[in-house]
Design a protein. Structure first.
Lengths: 145, 145
DNA sequence: ATAAATAACTACTACTTATATAGACTTTAT
DNA sequence: ATAAAGTCTATATAAGTAGTAGTTATTTAT
């Protein structure tokens, strides 16, 4: 399951992606608008910023805005920042590989291949879905899906 | 990430699936052989039994064995018993549907469709991978994969 | 009939991770 | 100088996962 952190991150990015008129947007405003606990959101935005997805400005008139075009921010990248691995077992993870505790011999592990396939199928979707896509789906006629 | 419970469940089913010579197999033996905490395994086996996947017999000479052919026990079913939903968001779950806390309008939710796609891609694999497949992969030449 | 072997069931404890909060510090605009 | 923001680190709380304990029920062997 996606953590709340990830859901909040996506919501924040979507809100910032829509906020094209008058950036930057302050944490407090964003928190209120999206109903996210303020201090929790603060940490999440910081992570996204440190990963290069957000631009921030301190001081009066400061706030947050996207540091990339919404169409160049993919869900997979966000998930990896906030939740870590995409794979369901550490030994099948591309970016967060770890040996499974329970596994004595990875070479003959009967489930690894399956979960690598699951990971790849998941990646295929998440690497092609951007914040812009999410925004498009929010605002467009739901019947088209 | 898969829980240990799920990994232990798969290991137990695989072990029982291989144990065709002299069933039934006792919890204690299974726990030792697979290095699973005995009392924890006990609970897991009980769940699998109550879900119809295992047959059990009490008393001397009793123990556990598969209640179905290993080729008819699919990973997806095991995951659902031990970990619950396959989907990454509750609102995209087929068998454990729940409204997302953070979601105010599911119809215009921008991520739901994506995570339904992810779920379907995952299901496609997990509904076609059986305990028999896992056993086959364990014992066969790893290079074929 | 009794004892021994085994699973069934329930309750509880410990540990870990996720979620949320607090407060002091830094930068910028006016 | 002051106020308005973000930055950073530490801590508290809640929830979930993993594991343990003990008691009961059933079956088999003698």
């Amino acid at each position: 399951m996606l953590s709340k952190k990830t859901k909040y991150a996506i919501k924040a990015l979507v809100a910032l992606g829509k906020n094209i008129e008058n950036p930057p947007m302050q944490i407090v405003r964003l928190a209120e608008q999206e109903m996210i606990p303020r201090k929790f959101l603060e940490q999440i935005l910081l992570d996204l910023r440190n990963a290069g997805y957000l631009y921030s400005k301190k001081g009066a008139g400061g706030g947050y805005s996207l540091n990339k075009d919404a169409k160049d921010i993919y869900l997979v990248d966000i998930l990896r920042i906030t939740d870590g691995p995409i794979a369901m077992v550490p030994c099948a993870s591309l970016k967060f590989y770890r040996k499974c505790d329970e596994c004595h011999d990875e070479v003959t592990c009967g489930i690894r291949k399956t979960f690598i396939d699951v990971r790849d199928a998941t990646l295929k979707i998440l690497t092609h879905t951007s914040i812009a896509d999410v925004i498009a789906r929010e605002t467009s006629d739901p019947l088209q899906f």
